[in-house]
Ligand binder design. Structure first.
Ligand code: ATP
Ligand code: MG
Length: 417
C-alpha cells in the first residue's frame, strides 16, 4: 500500500521539526497578540469559486471537489484565507474592530507532484483583519521575516509590489492587452490563453520570449493614483525603518484574484523552481464580497514543506534533547504487577522512560535499552521480588548494582541526570 500521489506521511523523526516550527511561530505571533484559529478542512465549493477567481489555476484545475450524500458541492480547502474570511462572517468576529489571526494546517491542490509541490501540503499563515493602515502591511511582512529568520532561514529575498485598486487595474489591463496583442503570436501558449481572461498573470510568466516582450510593456506602477502610491510608499518606508531589505518587483501580481494594493513574496535564492516560500498581500474587498461588512485585511501564507527543505539543517541544531533516561526491564508476573508503582513515580518526577513490553530475556531487553541510547536500565525479576530490591544497570559503564526497593523509590530523582 502506498499513500496517494502527492501526499506524504510525516513520520516521528520528522514531526519534531514541525513541532519546532509550530512552537517558534506561535511564540513570535503571541508577542504581537495574534491568536490561533482552526477552520474546517472542508467548505462549500462555492466559497472558493466566489473568492479565488475563475481564471486562476486553483479554480480551473486544482480543486479537490466532490458531492456529499446530500448532493452538496464540497471542496477540500486549497488555501485558508477564504475560509478565515468565511469564519470571520459566520462568527461575527467583526464585532471587535481588529482581528489578528494565525493558522497552520493542510491544504489540497490537484497539481503535478514534484519537489516542493504536493497535493496535500501545509501552510502557516496569518491574517490581520480590520485595518487599512500601511502599518498593518508592514507588521505582517515583519512577522514573516521574523519567523523565517528565527527558524534559521538565511538567504532570502523579499519582493514587494503594489497592484493598486480594482479600478486602477482595470485601466491597466486595457493597455496591457492592447500592448500584448501586438505580439500575440510570439507569446507562450499559457500567456496567449490568459491574454483576455487573466492578463495580469502573464507578468508572472517564466517564458523567456514572453519576458522579453514584457520588457517594454506598460508598467502597473504608473497607473496607481495618489492614495495607492502613498500607501505603497509608506509600507516601504516602514520596512526601511525596520531594516528589512526588499526588492520592488513591478511585475509581482500573485495568483489569486482577491488581492489589491500590497503584494509580496519571499523567495530563497536557490536555483530550485519551487523557491517561493511565502506569498501574501492585502485583500480589502474579500469579506464584503462574501456578504460581510466592508473590512480591509492583509496576510500571508508560508509553505511548510518548502521551508523545511531549506531550514532542516539549521533547525537540527536547536532541537531539544530527547534521550531516554530509564529503560524498564521486567520478567514474571510478580514483577510485572509491581512495576506500575515505579512507572507512576517516574511520571511524577518527569523522568523519560521506555517500558519494555517484549517479555523476552533480560539480556535481550538490556540490549534494546543500549540500542535506544538509554542511560540506565532498571531490572525487576523474580530474584529482585524475592529480595525486595531492584537492580540498576548503568548502560555506558556496564556496571550494575542492587538497591532495597524503598531506597530506590526515595532516590528515584537521581535518574533525572
Ligand atoms: P506556486 O506559484 O508555487 O504554485 P502559489 O502562488 O500557488 O505558488 P500560494 O497560493 O501563494 O502559492 O501559497 C503560498 C505558499 O504555499 C507558496 O509560496 C508555497 O510555499 C506554498 N505552496 C503552494 N502550493 C503548494 C504545493 N502544491 N505544494 C507545496 N507548497 C505549496
Ligand atoms: Mg500554485
Amino acid at each position: 500500500m502506498q499513500p496517494l500521489r502527492g501526499t506524504k506521511d510525516i513520520l516521528p523523526y520528522e514531526i519534531i521539526y514541525w513541532q519546532q516550527i509550530y512552537n517558534k511561530a506561535s511564540d513570535i505571533l503571541a508577542l504581537h497578540n495574534y491568536s490561533e484559529i482552526r477552520t474546517p478542512i472542508i467548505e462549500s465549493t462555492n466559497l472558493f469559486e466566489r473568492t479565488i477567481g475563475e481564471a486562476t489555476d486553483i479554480i480551473n484545475k486544482e480543486m479537490y471537489s466532490f458531492t456529499d450524500q446530500s448532493n452538496r458541492k464540497i471542496t477540500l480547502r486549497p488555501e485558508a484565507t477564504a475560509s478565515i474570511a468565511r469564519a470571520f462572517i459566520s462568527n461575527k468576529l467583526y464585532q471587535s474592530k481588529l482581528q489578528k489571526l494565525w493558522y497552520l494546517g493542510p491544504m489540497f491542490r490537484y497539481e503535478r507532484p514534484q519537489s516542493g509541490r504536493q497535493r496535500q501540503f501545509h501552510q502557516l499563515g496569518i491574517e490581520c483583519i480590520g485595518s487599512l493602515s500601511p502599518m498593518a502591511d508592514t507588521e505582517v511582512i515583519h512577522l514573516a521575516s521574523k519567523i523565517l529568520g528565527q527558524l534559521g532561514l538565511k538567504n532570502y529575498i523579499l519582493e514587494i509590489n503594489s497592484i493598486g485598486s480594482l479600478k486602477e487595474r482595470e485601466m491597466y489591463k486595457v493597455d496591457l492587452i492592447k500592448y500584448l496583442s501586438q505580439y500575440q503570436q510570439d507569446l507562450d501558449e499559457d500567456s496567449r490563453n490568459r491574454l483576455h481572461c487573466n492578463p495580469l498573470r502573464i507578468l508572472d510568466s517564466k517564458n523567456i520570449k514572453t519576458q522579453e516582450i514584457l520588457h517594454y510593456a506598460p508598467n502597473l506602477n504608473k497607473y496607481l493614483n495618489k492614495t495607492s502610491a502613498e500607501h505603497f510608499h509608506l509600507v516601504c518606508k516602514y520596512l526601511d525603518n525596520l531594516n528589512i531589505p526588499y526588492t520592488i518587483n513591478y511585475k509581482l501580481v500573485r495568483g489569486l484574484d482577491y488581492y489589491n494594493h500590497t503584494t509580496f513574496e519571499i523567495k530563497t535564492n536557490s536555483e530550485d523552481s519551487q523557491n517561493t516560500i511565502c506569498g501574501g498581500g492585502r485583500y480589502d474587498n474579500l469579506i464584503e464580497q462574501l456578504g460581510g461588512p466592508k473590512t480591509p485585511a492583509v496576510g500571508w501564507a508560508i509553505g511548510i514543506e518548502r521551508l523545511l527543505k531549506v531550514i532542516k539543517e539549521e533547525l537540527e541544531l536547536t532541537l531539544p534533547q530527547k534521550q531516554i533516561n530509564v529503560y524498564i526491564a521486567t520478567q514474571g508476573l510478580a514483577a510485572q504487577t509491581k512495576i506500575w508503582e515505579i512507572v507512576r513515580n517516574l511520571e511524577k518526577e518527569k523522568i523519560k522512560f521506555e517500558l519494555d513490553l517484549s517479555n523476552t530475556s533480560f539480556q535481550k531487553q538490556i540490549k534494546r535499552a543500549s540500542k535506544l541510547g538509554a542511560k540506565f536500565c532498571i531490572i525487576l525479576g523474580d530474584q529482585e521480588i524475592n529480595n525486595n530490591c531492584i537492580t540498576t544497570r548503568k548502560l555506558n559503564e556496564h556496571k550494575q548494582y542492587t538497591t532495597p526497593y524503598s531506597t530506590f523509590l526515595e532516590e528515584i530523582n537521581k535518574f533525572k541526570h
